[in-house]
Design a protein around this ligand. Structure first.
Ligand code: MTE
Length: 324
């Protein structure tokens, strides 16, 4: 991101294009399955499990353990599993898009505990096994990187709100801070001063509690591959991808807005809110369009990545034409 001297889409992305891999479109199921949020909204419930066979058999969740998605992206095709898992940003394992799939292979994700602390009544630890025992749901979301490429990913995750509420945040808690594991022995990228490690991200508590926000533990009906942020990573679909922090080891409730890695590294280029906004350009490139991985032509970027109807209220009173 910050390190780039040319617009990222000028780099070769041809390696990831294989339209033949685009399997059949999802079958839509009735709105009946749509729970709380989805029900009255235009996003139809969709089923991606028909594509679950793209993920390796041995890593798939057992049949019936993941509820079908209550969110979809209309008739936009899912990005093939092979692309979602080989074209990554995970600087702890190298800055090249193809580095994480190679360099993260031996990364140890079990046992895994997340330390939870700060402004909450019940600080403690969260074991990955506890997260996996929560109700798992598939969520088909767009992922829009600040570098102007995008994907559609069928995530498997849990409600972030349900996960956070276990620790009883205090009324004074206004933000949540997330930290990636710091382990330069396992994460070779952390031996280089690319960022001020560990990678840190944050959300306002109402953003973290929004029904769209999930803690992902899988994709394509299978356990999250290391390069995608195993064993658990955030997914906040209306924000640029860098907010969706991977391999989380610590969560802290706070009264102050957390200082986040990219905002610290490039304050004039990356903000705290980082909501997808085609009207506010990155200082070095336009954000009006994006390249969907696998597509030849660029497409228009949607305000809030297409989730405006669900999230715009969170930003009432903020000047959306301004860089945040
Ligand atoms: N989290 C950590 N810890 N380190 C990273 O380098 N990259 C971010 C985000 N989360 C990153 C991270 C960026 S820039 C993007 S676009 C997404 O992860 C990419 O997620 P994906 O590789 O699963 O597509």
């Amino acid at each position: 991101m910050l390190l780039k001297t040319k617009a990222p889409w000028m780099e070769s992305e041809s390696a990831v294009t294989d339209p033949a891999l685009y399997a059949s479109r999802r079958q839509f199921i009735g709105l009946g399955a749509a729970a709380a949020v989805g029900a009255s909204l235009p996003w139809k419930a969709a089923k991606a499990t028909s594509l679950a066979d793209q993920a390796p058999k041995e890593s798939r969740f057992s049949p019936g353990s993941v509820t079908d998605s209550t969110w979809s992206v209309g008739d936009e095709a899912l990005t093939p599993y092979a692309d979602v898992t080989s074209y990554n940003n995970f600087y702890e394992f190298g800055t090249g898009k193809g580095d994480p799939v190679v360099m993260a292979q031996g990364f140890k994700t079990r046992p895994w505990q997340v330390q939870v602390d700060g402004a909450c009544a019940k600080p403690g630890t969260l074991d990955i096994e506890q997260v996996l025992s929560m109700p798992l749901e598939e969520r088909i979301y767009r992922l829009r990187c600040v570098e102007a490429w995008s994907m559609v990913v069928p995530w498997v995750g849990v409600s972030l709100r349900a996960l956070l509420e276990r620790f009883e945040p205090l009324g004074s808690a206004k933000y949540v801070r997330f930290e990636t594991l710091y382990d330069p022995d396992q994460m070779p990228g952390q031996r280089r001063a690319v960022l001020d490690w560990p990678y840190v991200e944050g959300l306002r508590l109402d953003e973290a509690y929004h029904p769209l926000t999930i803690m992902a533990v899988g994709l394509y009906g299978a356990v999250l591959p290391n390069q995608n942020g195993a064993p658990l990573r955030l997914v906040v679909p209306w924000k640029y991808g860098f907010k969706s922090i991977k391999s989380i080891a610590r969560i802290t409730f706070s009264e102050e807005m957390p200082k986040t890695s990219w905002a610290l590294a490039g304050p004039s280029e990356y903000g705290f809110f980082a909501n997808v906004n085609p009207g506010v350009d990155h200082p070095r490139w336009s954000q009006a369009k994006e390249r969907r991985i696998g597509d030849f032509f660029r497409r228009e970027t949607l305000m809030f990545n297409g989730y405006g109807e669900a999230v715009a209220d969170l930003y009432k009173g903020m000047d959306l034409a301004k860089f945040y």
